[in-house]
Design a binder for this molecule. Structure first.
Ligand code: FDA
Ligand code: NAD
Length: 434
């Protein structure tokens, strides 16, 4: 068996891997010290583009246009960059076995990789309807979206089923972003989800009401409170209809499913401590196994601000956790220490001409403020979350860069607030004066 040996190995070649590579280069990494092993065929890229500009019918984003680190305003790391830095990229290489005691990884094509320090950056995979036995869920033209290959297959189907009918299963991030993308591609879109309103993990009913009306105005039909229980297919095996639990049957040429993600920790099961579905780390992203770090979607880390261990499945944390882990590795090699990770949660999304940002924690009471009329030419509204008399979270649709900075600051500073009615009427002005 071919064996290769590196000082540092990153398993996974997504967002966190790319930002880790840049940090290694900044801190000084020698030729041949670092390897990235990815089952994808391309160098690390900004995954959020896949559900947005990549699906645009006009001048869509394509690689190499969105390799990391362009998403945060940095230099684009093209495959040549890794070559110049002497960082080895093993692409189309899936690790199928990890031995953390023997410090060895084995790939599906029979390569063996030895490391001194391992960074686990395997991210998440999609939850499939077939995982819970939904009948007919393996029909053709039922899509999931995680990697660039998935997006390419979806684009082929959009071309083949021009002006056809699309059903979106799920009302979370993928549901809302893909519902918009398919509508922009002139498909007739219906969304289905079990909850009383979309994105219940984050949105209040007030926030969701805006997006649901906005989508309805764009011609998207929304069916709530039920789930897909089966699919019909034609003799070619292509999906033709989605059967719902409430008995409704929806015709469909294309189905996109976004019913959640699952962190990819299976390789390391039983070898490393886990918590809340992820690999448990400290504030430097060190796991319970010496010289093994975990970053991005797979890490359950101490969120200092809330004194609680959490997992975060968003790109800002993937970038920052990767940078923190590499800084910690380099500092410990020099006998130095760095501050623990002190993260302010930040999530965002874009769909149609809408764009929102959220900072902090969505717990406690909430107030809605601003112009949340979906028919306004430029709606701008938001929400604050208030816990123990302090503002702990803030959401803003349609904010300018300065306004987004102001809501981030509020979530970080956590100012006291006595009167919720007054807070609602002050709205954005409250954040701007902090
Ligand atoms: P990521 O998933 O980026 O990378 C993991 C990598 O590991 C992949 O390349 C995978 O192939 C590889 N891998 C896994 N197992 C392996 C194995 N055994 N061997 C080799 N390689 C292996 N967030 C946000 O804040 N705003 C947004 O707008 C979006 N938009 C968005 C769109 C879409 C379509 C998705 C799927 C996700 C988002 N996100 C997002 C979430 C964000 O992209 C996500 O949190 C980060 O990509 C996580 O980065 P990681 O590096 O942890 O995983
Ligand atoms: P999600 O957790 O955001 O949403 C899952 C949704 O699936 C739920 O809200 C629910 O409506 C629905 N659901 C659950 N079971 C269902 C069923 N049986 N039938 C129909 N609907 C069902 O997950 P997602 O939207 O699939 O996103 C996957 C991952 O990608 C997540 O990690 C997410 O954070 C990430 N992502 C993030 C962004 C962003 O931050 N802008 C964008 C896209 C994807």
């Amino acid at each position: 068996m071919a064996e290769k040996s590196f000082k540092y190995v990153i398993v996974g070649g997504g967002v966190a891997a790319g930002y880790a590579a840049r940090e290694f280069a900044k801190q000084g990494v020698r030729q041949g010290e670092l390897a990235i092993i990815s089952k994808e065929a391309v160098a690390p890229y900004e995954r959020p583009a896949l559900s947005k500009a990549y699906l645009s019918p006009e001048s869509p984003a394509r690689l190499p246009g969105f390799h990391v680190c362009v998403g945060s305003g940095g230099e684009k790391l093209l495959p040549d960059w890794y070559k110049e830095k002497g960082i080895e990229l093993f692409l189309s290489t899936e690790i199928i076995k990890a031995d953390l005691t023997g410090k060895t990884l084995v790939s599906a094509d029979g390569k063996s990789f030895k490391y001194q320090i391992l960074i686990i950056a395997t991210g998440s995979t999609v939850i499939r309807l077939s995982d819970f036995g939904v009948q007919g869920a393996d029909a053709k033209n039922i899509f999931y979206l995680r990697e660039v290959d998935d997006a390419d297959k979806l684009i082929e189907a959009i071309k083949a089923k021009k002006n056809g009918k699309a059903v979106i299963v799920g009302g979370g991030y993928i549901g809302l972003e893909l519902g918009a993308a398919l509508r922009i591609n002139d498909l007739d879109v219906t969304m289905v989800y079990p909850e009383p309103w979309c994105m219940p993990r984050l949105f209040t009913s007030g926030i969701a009401a805006f997006y649901e009306s906005f989508y309805a105005n764009k011609g998207i039909k929304i069916i709530k409170g039920t789930v897909a229980v089966g699919f019909n297919a034609n003799p070619n095996g292509e999906v033709t209809a989605v059967k719902l639990k409430d008995g409704t049957v929806l015709e469909a040429d294309i189905v996109v499913v976004g019913v959640g993600g699952r962190p990819l920790t299976t390789l390391f099961k039983g070898q490393v401590e886990e918590e809340k579905g992820g690999i448990k780390t400290d504030g430097f992203f060190k796991t319970s196994v010496p010289n093994v770090y975990a970053v991005g979607d797979v890490a359950t880390f101490p969120l200092k601000l809330y004194n609680e261990n959490r997992r975060v499945e968003h790109v800002d944390h993937a970038r920052k956790s990767a940078e923190q882990a590499v800084k910690a590795i380099k500092a410990s090699e020099e006998g130095k220490s760095i501050d623990v990770y002190d993260y302010l949660p930040f999530f965002y999304s874009r769909a149609f001409n809408l764009s929102w940002q959220f900072y902090g924690d969505n717990v406690g009471d909430s107030v809605l403020f601003g112009d949340d009329n979906p028919a306004s030419p430029k709606p701008k509204f938001g929400s604050y979350w208030i816990k123990d008399g302090k503002v702990v979270g803030a959401f803003l649709e349609g904010g300018t860069p300065d306004e987004n900075k102001a809501i981030a600051n509020v979530a970080k500073v956590q100012p006291p607030v006595a009167n919720l009615d007054q807070l609602a009427s002050e709205g954005l002005a409250f954040a701007s004066k902090i």
